[in-house]
Design a protein around this ligand. Sequence first.
Ligand code: APR
Length: 229
Amino acid sequence: MKKLVVLTGAGISAESGIPTFRDSGGLWEGFRVEDVASPEGWQRNPALVLDFYNQRRKKALEVKPNRGHEILAELERHFTVVVVTQNVDNLHERAGSTHVIHLHGSLFESRSTKDERLVYPIEGWELNPGDACEQGSQLRPNIVWFGEQVPLMEVAAMHAQEADLFLVVGTSLVVYPAAGLINYVRYDTPKYVIDPNLPEVANRKFLKMIEEKASTGMEKIRQELLDLQ
Ligand code: APR
């Protein structure tokens, strides 16, 4: 089977009811990014950060995958699909995708503030002050914050290099290194970008832009992808 690699961003979850980041005036649900998504914000006010992600987690549990997620999952019948997502929700998995790389971490995992190798699943929606790892240190959300390394970028880049088809869905392509993933794709690999507000992409060779929402855009190109399998 040919390999289909897909980079997704907040836009693919928009039709499920999760607001994107940059469509909301630079604030995330009324919070400043540096207060809730940076190591400095965590140092200043861990309770605020924990509560912010508790609310995001609660919301993520209330919503459902949409047609965009579902079509990507269905494509596993025809391709070896690797989903590289910047999203911290679990809608790809809930739609049935089996190989999902969470570049920016997951809402549904916590990790130790003492030893980053200690990662735990979060049952339910709450992670609270006082919740500790096995060594007694406070747990934090296992999310990649601004200014932190993106440890899964290397493996994502390896998949991108191997892609026979490459798809970008619902991302403004402004946050690096994720936005640079397309640069690892072979130049003659067919590439598609689906977004109602198309982002800037430098190299437009073998690239098709589809100015649509994730659900309708995925419906539109599904047959074209199947013809290339
Ligand atoms: N379908 C597809 N795309 C959509 C839809 C939709 N229904 N609605 C909006 N979009 C598009 C927007 O046009 C925009 O290009 O989704 C994109 C969302 O962009 P951002 O809000 O910047 O989200 P994203 O690219 O995922 O952000 C990257 O930045 O804030 C950090 O760590 C956070 O992972 C996030 C990263």
